[in-house]
Design a protein around this ligand. Structure first.
Ligand code: NI
Length: 131
């Protein structure tokens, strides 16, 4: 008798979402895709290049993880440079301007209602889009 394995009962509803696959289908910069929802937070991936509008999020911290490339985040009191594998949290209310000289891929973790340009709408403001 064969013992049950995890391959016996595929449940499509629980199919994994692959970050690389989502990113490879993403052609726009600064246009995040939500790949998972954790309680009322989104896990988002995004490709970026150039400068995003300087903005802040009065209601929330914002978590960044660099997947590939390099990201600079300018803030009023300095600037951080993040490399692949680096994480950084911009505290709520802190003005920041992400900037990437070459195409860079990020993972973001933030409340689902968070808008990418925060309190400063611009041509780069992106609607929430579930991958
Ligand atoms: Ni932000």
């Amino acid at each position: 008798m064969r013992s049950p394995s995890c391959h016996d009962r595929p449940v499509p509803h629980f199919d994994p979402r692959n970050i690389d696959a989502v990113l490879s289908g993403l052609n726009e910069h600064w246009s995040p895709r939500t790949v998972a929802v954790v309680n009322d937070y989104d896990v988002r991936v995004v490709k970026v290049q150039g400068e995003l509008t300087r903005h802040s999020h009065p209601e929330t911290d914002e978590f960044f993880l660099v997947l590939s490339g390099h990201l600079r985040i300018r803030m009023d009191d300095g600037e951080v440079t993040l490399r692949p594998g680096d994480t950084f949290v911009v505290p709520r209310g802190r003005a920041h301007q992400p900037c990437a000289e070459t195409e860079t891929a990020l993972l973001l973790f933030e409340p689902s209602e968070t808008v990418n340009t925060g309190d400063t709408p611009s041509s780069l403001t992106a609607p929430r889009t579930v991958a």
